[in-house]
Design a protein around this ligand. Structure first.
Ligand code: BTN
Length: 257
C-alpha cells in the first residue's frame, strides 16, 4: 500500500505532484490522463496506479510491472510546451530518475537514447511521452514513467533484461521517498529545460555511454549503422554513417554494433 503522507512530507515542489491521484488498478496511467473525458486538467497532476492492465511501452510494446511493488505513474503537463522541446522533456524525465538513483542510492546509470534508464546493461526505467493536440498546439503532454523499485522476479521475455533498485541493492526500498525525490528532480529539470536547455542535454550526454560508439538503429522499416556522434539541440540522434555523412535520427531502437 502506498503511504501518501510519507510521500507528501518529502515532496518539495510547487506544482508537480501537488494534485495527486492514486488508483489501485487502471488500463494505463498515460491513457487515464490523456482521456479528455475524465476532466483531469490540472498542470502537474500525477496519477499513480498500483496495477496497469495495459501498461504501454514505446512502439506498441507492453510495460509489465508487478502490483504494489514498483512505480508506474504519469505526469500531466498543461503549460505551453513547444514541440521542439518535447524530446528535452523526455530527457528531463530520464535525468530525474537518474538523479534519484545517484543521490539516494549511489547507483550509476547508463542512459540509452531516446528514453531508457539502464544500470549496466539492464533496464530499470522506461519513459513514454504522449500528447493530445488542439489546433496546431499540444493540449496535454503526458509523461509516463515505469520505474522498477522492489520487484525481484521478472517473468516473460524482454528485449533488454530488467532490473530494479532492490535487485541492485539487495534490500527493499521506500517507494514513497523514491517518488517524491524523483518529482522534486523533475520540477527542477523542467525549469532548466526553459532556462538552460544545453545544461540538460549535457547532463544527459554525460550519462549516455553509447555516445561515440559504433551503433545500429532499427525501426520497422529500416536498420542503419554508424557512429553515435551526438544529440542535437532538440534531442535527435546524430549518426555518422559509413558514407561519412551525418544523419539525424528521430525514432528507433539503438544497440551496440
Ligand atoms: C518503454 O520503455 O517502452 C516505455 C515504458 C513506459 C511505461 C510507463 S508505466 C506508466 C505509464 N503508463 C503507461 O501505460 N506507460 C507508462
Amino acid at each position: 500500500m502506498f503511504n501518501f503522507e510519507n510521500f507528501e512530507i518529502k515532496l518539495d515542489t510547487d506544482v508537480i505532484g501537488r494534485n495527486f491521484i492514486y488508483c489501485e488498478e487502471v488500463e494505463s496511467t498515460n491513457a487515464e490522463l490523456l482521456n479528455e473525458e475524465n476532466g483531469i486538467d490540472i498542470d502537474g497532476t500525477v496519477l499513480l496506479a498500483e496495477k496497469q492492465n495495459n501498461g504501454k511501452g514505446r512502439k506498441d510494446r507492453k510495460w509489465y510491472s508487478a502490483k504494489d511493488q514498483n512505480l508506474t505513474f504519469s505526469i500531466l503537463l498543461k503549460r505551453k510546451i513547444s514541440e521542439r522541446k518535447v524530446n528535452l522533456v523526455n530527457f528531463a524525465a530520464a535525468l530525474a530518475v537518474s538523479y534519484t538513483l545517484e543521490n539516494l542510492f549511489q547507483i550509476r546509470v547508463n542512459l540509452k537514447w531516446p528514453n531508457d534508464v539502464l544500470i549496466g546493461h539492464s533496464k530499470i526505467s522506461g519513459i513514454l511521452i504522449e500528447s493530445t493536440i488542439r489546433g496546431s498546439k499540444i493540449n496535454k503532454l503526458v509523461i509516463g514513467i515505469g520505474f522498477n523499485v522492489n520487484q525481484i522476479a521478472f517473468q516473460g521475455s524482454y528485449i533488454i533484461p530488467p532490473t530494479s533498485i532492490r535487485k541492485e541493492l539487495n534490500q527493499e526500498v521506500d517507494r514513497e521517498r523514491v517518488l517524491s525525490d524523483l518529482l522534486n528532480n523533475f520540477e527542477d529539470l523542467l525549469n532548466r529545460v526553459d532556462e538552460n536547455p544545453e545544461g540538460v542535454l549535457n547532463d544527459w550526454k554525460d550519462r549516455c555511454r553509447m555516445l561515440g560508439e559504433k551503433i545500429m538503429i532499427q525501426d520497422e522499416n529500416y536498420s542503419k549503422s554508424g557512429i553515435f556522434e551526438d544529440v542535437d539541440e532538440q534531442g535527435f540522434l546524430m549518426l555518422r554513417t559509413d558514407r561519412d555523412t551525418v544523419e539525424k535520427i528521430h525514432f528507433g531502437d539503438v544497440s551496440l554494433r
